[in-house]
Design a protein around this ligand. Sequence first.
Ligand code: LMR
Length: 333
Amino acid sequence: MRKFSVAAVAIVAAFGLAAGSANAQDPIVIKFSHVVAPQTPKGKGAEKFKELAEKYTAGKVKIEIYPNSQLYKDKEEVEALQLGAVQMLAPSLAKFGPLGAKEFEAFDLPFIFEDRVALRKVTEGEIGKQLLKKLEGKGILGLAFWDNGFKIMSANKPLKSPDDFLGLKMRIQSSKVLEAQMKSLGALPQVMAFSEVYQGLQTGVVDGTENPPSNMYTQKMHEVQKHATVSRHGYLGYAVIVNKQFWEGLPADVRTSLDKAMAEATEFANDIAQKENDDALAAMKASGKTEFYDLTADEKKAWKAKLMVVHNEVAGRVGKELIESIYKATGAK
Ligand code: LMR
């Protein structure tokens, strides 16, 4: 599929839709594309949504899930959604910055959320609602926030003090905040599509990376990284989004059923995310391929001293007021 341009795929998809409408009995097909493995919080959330959506619409809707960047890589998937080639995605929040919704990069700020309780105050509160609204002008409807988890850092050398990052090429998602974060540690940030990270690490194109354990494990990154630090220095989560025109064009009864399925799938995905990450970390530890390290209180302080300055550095881009409102909502300041 990647051989074809996104526009070409959109035309084929539009044809498919038109052909489908010739027979009123045909189910409405919703293509849900994502870049991670099925055995992840997002992968399992997508499966749960499929199960519930097909049940609640009594077969009027068919959900087709395409995991592991089968259809599109990071940058292409949102474009494909806007063109209508796929109808549903759950990109990580970092992926909305390049789209022009820079405020979403607030989620990438190092140490902005103490824990999931603090995070929920944002995603389930007014700030989360307002952020999703910002997508509407881009032909996108934001339906929900789905969790993954807190990130760990990996490389082929131990990463205990910020100095250990000096000169390391660290893969990041395309986010200015993540770029500033790695630079603050003295590393060289390298933007790379998620589907290419394993090979990038294996061949030494990059030296290290960051991701929640569930992503690291299911992409087998632990097989090509000798060391990892359970730093929990930042958060990675998702917004489930749909093509606005498609969604609003659905029959009202179908949309009501899909909204119900999404609400329940969201609860499911957010309930399992912590355990999925705990299990992935335990499995990687058991494999013995990567040595895991927990920061001491003093080391964590040193990381924070280097990384908290990023909040000020990027305030002009992300929005000072937004960052302040997150502090307030989470009780951080
Ligand atoms: C990444 O690119 O590292 C993540 O956004 C992948 C994902 O969707 O969890």
